[in-house]
Design a protein around this ligand. Structure first.
Ligand SMILES: [Zn+2]
Length: 455
């Protein structure tokens, strides 16, 4: 149905003195108060309309969607079939709601069901306001966006929005963002999967670990697969496997920087690839454990860097000449055998740690080259993309300077990733969550100032 609203404003103006800035400045100040009044006005009008329809002997049609309540003293909380009501005045205390425009105090009618005698507030059920709801969805949305963009201070200081850090923490912990992370992911669009962890400061100075798994699409985009706080890699693996729809074994690279516990991660759908950036650095550390000084291990790590740094032609695989492919293949084969020789030399020299490190590494260094030779797909070979993701998450977690719980760190990092890398999903999630379905539209008809009274 259609309805007109009249808003009446008054202003005082000093003629010949006022400038444009001052007019705009004062208008800006009343933006939120006008919206609060408007919201209250519409809600009170709706409350009156609902109670009117329920109290008059109307056809069922006019009451459709209205007057739903649980039957009085029904132990199973079943809904009552009765719709006819008697008005019983207003609740003693208005309902306080945090809204995007500031706090709203809403007087709420109470009615009595003529059928079962229950007392209830038809406005609350008509608007899907839960019994304990104290905020509306846009408010929650704005708070979370502000936290993610690290400007929540401004949001709170700039307006009469009233929320503490504890309140933000609760919103994030209670969020159902996990819903998005239940959807299955197709491996077909991915060229690699990566996983890694990073330290986070938590409650009472406790140090925790945030772990993330991402997919990289064939055009180099991040596809978030999951974030976890203080969770075993084996549990993470189960979770990720559940989400991945495996049409067939695609054997794309799984890239990691040598974290123990990840050596056989997703082994049945991916092939491990050690990050070629971290590998030489890890070697330096292993040889240091064998007593080698930096000067002595430098030539070794340089050789390793050189051997694994096989460049792939950037031209399309299909248009490459056979000799270009053959060149990569022979480089790959010679690198592989040179590394085998190196391992024997290190073993003879008695470098226990170094030998073990390179041996473990050697099985997982050329996965991306093998994939390219097999399919022509150029997959990433370092975890740099995931490190960028961690930097983005870390910067935001730190800025909030709050001892987050496991659940909060997990949920917030999920939100950051989805907002950053799956913008469409993020917007769809909020529209769905808030129930924006096209049942309310409003537009401005006209604005006219009254005729001049004083000349
Ligand atoms: Zn009833």
């Amino acid at each position: 149905m259609k309805q007109v609203i009249n808003i009446s404003l008054e202003f005082e103006i000093v003629i010949g003195k006022v400038n444009l800035n001052e007019i705009a400045y004062r208008l800006k100040e009343i933006q939120d108060p006008i919206m609060i009044k408007l919201l209250e006005g519409i809600l009170r009008w709706y409350d009156d309309l609902i109670t009117d329809r329920l109290s008059k002997p109307n056809s069922g049609k006019a009451r459709k969607g209205l007057g739903r309540h649980t039957q009085k003293s029904d132990s199973e909380n079943r809904f009552c079939r009765g719709r006819k009501i008697r008005k019983r005045g207003y609740r003693r205390n208005p309902r306080k709601l945090s809204t995007i425009f500031g706090p709203l105090k809403l007087p709420i009618r109470v009615v009595e069901c003529c059928h079962c005698g229950a007392f209830y507030s038809p406005l609350l059920s008509a608007l899907s306001i839960g019994r304990y709801a104290r905020k509306e969805g846009n408010f929650e949305h704005e708070v979370i966006e502000a936290v993610i963009d690290t400007n929540y201070r401004r949001l709170i200081d700039g307006r009469s929005i009233d929320i503490s850090l504890g309140g933000i923490h609760n919103i994030i912990v209670e969020s159902d963002i996990d819903r998005i992370y239940q959807e299955p992911v197709s491996l077909k669009a991915l060229s690699a999967i990566m996983a890694d962890g990073t330290g986070v400061k938590q409650q009472k100075g406790r140090k925790g670990e945030l772990r993330a798994v991402i997919g990289v699409t064939k055009n180099g985009q991040v596809e978030p697969l999951g974030t976890f706080t203080n969770t075993e890699w084996s549990d993470i693996e189960l979770e990720i496997k559940r989400r991945i729809k495996q049409a067939k074994n695609l054997k794309i690279p799984f890239i990691y920087d040598g974290e123990p516990g990840l050596d056989n991660f997703l082994a049945d759908i991916a092939e491990s690839q050690r990050c070629t950036w971290h590998a030489p650095r890890g070697a330096y550390h292993a040889f240091w454990e064998d007593g080698l000084k930096k000067k002595e291990s430098q030539p070794i790590t340089d050789t390793i860097k050189e051997l694994i740094g096989i460049e792939l032609p950037s031209d399309d695989y299909e248009i490459l000449e056979e000799k270009d492919k053959a060149e990569v293949k022979s480089k790959y084969e010679s690198s592989k055998s040179e590394i085998k020789e190196l391992i024997e030399i290190f073993r003879m020299k008695g470098y226990k740690h170094g030998t073990a490190y390179i041996e473990n590494l050697s099985e997982r260094l050329f996965t991306n080259i093998e994939l390219w030779l097999r399919t022509g797909v150029i997959a990433p070979k370092t975890t740099s993309l995931l490190e960028r993701v961690f930097r983005e998450i870390g910067r935001r977690l730190k800025r909030i300077a709050w001892g987050w719980s496991d659940k909060a760190v997990t949920n917030l990092s999920k939100m950051i990733m989805i907002k950053q890398y799956s913008r469409e999903k993020w917007e769809k999630y909020w529209k769905q969550k808030m129930g924006i379905n096209g049942y309310f539209e409003i537009q401005i008809r006209s604005v006219e100032c009254g005729p001049c009274e004083h000349f």
